[in-house]
Design a protein around this ligand. Structure first.
Ligand code: NAI
Ligand code: MG
Length: 503
């Protein structure tokens, strides 16, 4: 296996070769550990389907060790005593280290997840650095309020009150494979800024960047046990973490199905939960929209990260007057995209993450054909041993088809015409999900009338899947509970304590 990365033709840095070919261990309580039972998991290159590394297959015993280490670090010692300003500095230092190792981290994401290395560098890793710095800034700004209580039934005393925001405690974070490093950062930024400790369980498909990140955490100088990583499967390591009685908060990103499972397990211990789940986000193109701008924007909305994005614009509603033009423009872009290995610097669309995901997405495409839809472009798997699916635009669809109702999580958009605003608002909301939506128009009145009617946590106007740390992110309906990013995320990582004093 070590030969795979050393003999690879793709241009990767020596740092990446060194990291990939060394034995991988989990960071638990400041030490590098194998799985208690010695088990390992293979890591596959989605561009070729070949295994190229092994990581520990952590299980319940390893989660127990990691939670105990995180518990100890939270309950006393250097971390518990550390001032907010020093937590800010540490997180800034970690951000600097991520930045200094950006190319290696991007290459690891490309190898592990399959995404284009250029995208990993200038989107994923850049967003991680930005996110850690933004959250570092909040460390010194988290605080409560003072109140002037009346206490009308006790007139003879005076009172005053204040609130404190205290770190919630030990955070268990379970993350998916579509943005491995960024999802780790979204949990770790607010956890470490607010003074929590954490156990991270990366997805089994993409464990490498989390292990490299753990090295950088050590290098930054975090006390032992503050940040722990356990690699392993969902139904073993993940299940042990979500049901653990000694974690205080569970932060999960992944499928709605597993989100419900881990949410119920956590609630048994009254563990706080935030769930970022699936979506079936509409892109709504109004009559006045510019066709070329929409085609380019919609291509980004659905094909970014090969469609493996929780906010992917997978339902494209176009006013009937512009429908044929938009479908033609988008199909032309799709047909011209360079599909290839993530490590090839020219690649625009990488493979899907795994054989399972490729089969799932191809199954959806076939179901669309069976139910009467047609591919304006794409509709087939790519050649070679990798998990490729060609960028696909489906037309002739009905609202009750599976491809319109279910999350596909691949480079597949269903384009559908509509007649008027009431109709499109109703159809856009006709989904169990409510993560995001976009509206494409310069008609201010119509745009503002539509925004309040869309049941989604994020509404973009004339763009799609554009993220900023200042903007809270999360879902309505079956897309989840809670918000990440912005000031709002600290509601999930702190407990609010009321202090009432009689004078
Ligand atoms: P998943 O929800 O099974 O995996 C996400 C994370 O949950 C991984 O770390 C996994 O190890 C963990 N997990 C799995 N089973 C668990 C359990 N019983 N207890 C605790 N943790 C568990 O997602 P999967 O199977 O990789 O993908 C299936 C579908 O989910 C995709 O096709 C896509 O539709 C959706 N998905 C959505 C994501 C999003 O960002 N909203 C991300 C990944 C998948
Ligand atoms: Mg699963």
């Amino acid at each position: 296996m070590q030969d795979y990365v050393n003999t690879m033709k793709a241009p990767v840095t020596d740092a990446t070769r060194r990291f990939v070919s060394k034995p991988h261990r989990m960071l638990i309580g400041g030490a590098w550990e194998e799985a208690s039972d010695g088990g390992t998991l293979d890591v596959f290159d989605p561009a070729t389907g070949q295994a190229f590394a092994k990581v520990p297959a952590g299980g319940k015993a390893d989660i127990d060790r990691a939670v105990a280490a995180a518990r100890k670090a939270f309950d006393g010692g250097d971390w518990a005593l550390m001032r907010a300003v020093d937590r800010e500095r540490l997180l800034m230092k970690l951000a600097d280290l991520v930045e200094a190792n950006a190319q290696e981290l991007a290459e690891l994401e490309a190898l592990d997840n399959g995404k284009p290395v250029t995208v990993a560098r200038f989107a994923d890793v850049a967003l991680v650095v930005d996110s850690l710095r933004y959250m570092a800034g909040w460390a010194t700004k988290i605080g409560g309020e003072t109140m002037q209580p009346s206490v009308p039934i006790i007139r003879e005393r005076e009172f005053w009150g204040f609130t404190r925001r205290e770190p919630v405690g030990v955070v268990g974070a379970i993350i998916p494979w579509n943005f491995p490093l960024l999802m780790a950062a979204w949990k770790m930024g607010p956890a470490l800024a607010s003074g929590c400790t954490m156990v991270l369980k990366p997805a089994e498909e993409t464990p490498l960047s989390a292990l490299r990140l753990a090295e950088l955490v050590q290098e930054a100088g975090y006390p032992a046990g503050v940040f722990n990583v356990v690699t392993g499967l969902g139904h073993t390591a993940g299940a042990a973490l979500s049901s653990h009685p000694h974690i205080d908060k569970l932060a999960f990103t992944g499928s709605t199905e597993i989100g419900k499972l881990v949410g119920k397990a956590a609630l048994d211990n009254m563990t706080r939960i935030s769930l970022e789940l699936g979506g079936k986000s509409p892109m709504i193109v109004l009559e006045d929209a510019d066709v070329d701008a929409v085609a380019t924007g919609a291509a980004h909305g659905i094909f970014f990260n090969s469609g493996q994005v929780c906010t992917a614009g997978s339902r494209l509603f176009v006013h009937k007057k512009k429908f044929d033009q938009v479908v033609e423009g988008l199909s032309n872009i799709a047909a011209g995209m360079k599909v290839g290995a993530g490590l090839d610097p020219d690649t625009q669309l990488g493979p899907l993450v795994s054989a399972v995901q490729q089969e799932r997405v191809m199954g959806y495409i076939r179901s669309g054909f069976d139910e009467g839809a047609r591919a304006a472009v794409g509709g087939e798997a790519g050649a070679g041993g990798g998990y490729f699916v060609k960028p696909t635009v489906l037309v002739d669809a009905r609202d009750d088809m599976r491809v319109v109702r279910e999350e596909i999580f691949g480079p597949v958009v269903v384009a559908m015409p509509y007649d008027d605003l009431d109709e499109v608002a109703r159809r856009a909301n006709d989904t169990p999900y409510g993560l995001a939506a976009s509206i494409w128009s310069n008609d201010l009145t119509r745009v503002h009338r539509l925004i309040p009617r869309i049941k989604a946590g994020t509404v973009w106007v004339n763009c799609h899947t554009v993220l900023d740390n200042s903007m809270p992110f999360g879902g309505f309906k079956q897309s989840g509970i809670g918000r990440e990013m912005g000031r709002a995320v600290f509601d999930q990582y702190t407990e609010l304590k009321s202090v009432l004093m009689a004078l």
